[in-house]
Design a protein around this ligand. Structure first.
Ligand code: 13P
Ligand code: SF4
Length: 304
């Protein structure tokens, strides 16, 4: 890592009274300069609690939008304006309105990987870190619509026994992980525990040992007596896993599990973000207030 650029970021951060938040899938050098690295739930909590004036969100658009909704008086910057999430864009407000019209009595739960408009039309938001706990609080007699991830939704159905209407969205990075990748990684590392993200397809989920959010994987690796793991999620998390557990071994299930949008953030772009205060992410009213209701409900449910 360039010392000069790191020092420059530290100086600019002080001048702007800024905090840098980074998702676990960010490039290694971004994780290393961040004030907080974490999963979607942990970062949302950080964004709602910080007393900084500026939040530099090293992640993708829906994460920066979430921070802007939770902290409307702060300036939220996304260092690359094109860092989006294809899954979040797989359902729009008109499509969700139509689905709600077809199931007028249903409660709507949206994954945090969704647009602000979709959150505004939802009753509850959740992350993969607290989806099971949140759905278990919902009245059993109510129908549930879950958007946009059919894989996280399918995982909730499997674990809670609640039938849900699932939107057919998916993460284009996690669906690249195939059962054959898990099998060959197991052959190469027969003693390793396989940790997979619930965004993986059902055939991968079925042959994995544990299904966890990225925050859940970090906690599991820290507390487990196992010392070798195969990681079936975006490869960026391996950096934090190794940093936190230098005595343990972590193997990516496949080199293909890379989210190109997460990798759009660079140290240079963080400098430009702080210098030029770009790119400001704002969410207009009334979408902001409506989306905040479903996000506040998400923040009240802690993962186990
Ligand atoms: P978590 O870090 O909440 O598990 O999210 C995974 C993800 O795909 C974020 O885009
Ligand atoms: Fe979206 Fe998947 Fe990338 Fe997460 S890993 S930002 S869900 S495309």
């Amino acid at each position: 890592m360039s010392v000069n650029i790191t020092e420059k970021i530290q100086t600019l951060k002080k001048q702007r009274n800024a905090v840098i938040l980074a998702h676990n899938y960010q490039p290694e050098e971004i994780q290393d300069i961040a004030d907080f690295t974490g999963d979607s739930l942990g970062l949302s909590a950080q964004a709602s609690e910080t007393d900084a004036d500026v939040i530099v969100f090293c992640g993708v658009l829906f994460m920066a939008e979430t921070a802007a909704i939770l902290s409307p008086d702060k300036t939220v910057l996304l260092p690359d304006k094109d860092a989006g999430c294809p899954m979040a864009d797989m359902i729009n407000a008109a499509q969700l309105r139509e689905l709600k019209d077809q199931h007028s009595e249903a409660l709507v739960v949206c994954y945090v990987n969704s647009t602000a408009e979709v959150k505004a039309l939802s009753d509850y938001c959740c992350t993969s870190g607290n989806a099971l706990e949140l759905v278990q609080t919902l009245p059993r007699e109510r129908e549930i619509i879950f958007v946009p991830d059919k894989n996280l939704g399918g995982f909730i159905v499997e674990r809670t026994g609640r039938q849900m209407i699932l939107w057919p969205g998916y993460c284009s990075t996690h669906v690249r992980i195939l059962p054959a990748d898990v099998e060959s990684a197991r052959q190469a590392h027969p003693n390793a525990v396989v940790l997979a993200h619930p965004e993986c397809n059902p055939d991968v989920r079925a042959i994995s040992d544990e299904l966890l959010s990225t925050g859940g994987m970090l906690k599991f690796a820290r507390t487990s007596s196992a010392d070798e793991f195969i990681i079936a999620t975006e490869k960026g998390i391996i950096h934090s896993l190794k940093k936190q557990n230098p005595e343990k071994q972590f193997h990516p299930v496949t080199e293909k599990a890379v989210c190109p949008n997460m990798k759009k953030i660079s140290l240079e772009k963080v400098v430009w973000a702080l210098e030029d205060m770009q790119y400001k992410i704002t969410v207009p009213e009334p979408i902001c207030s409506k989306a905040r209701r479903s996000l506040d409900r998400m923040l009240q449910v802690l993962p186990k």
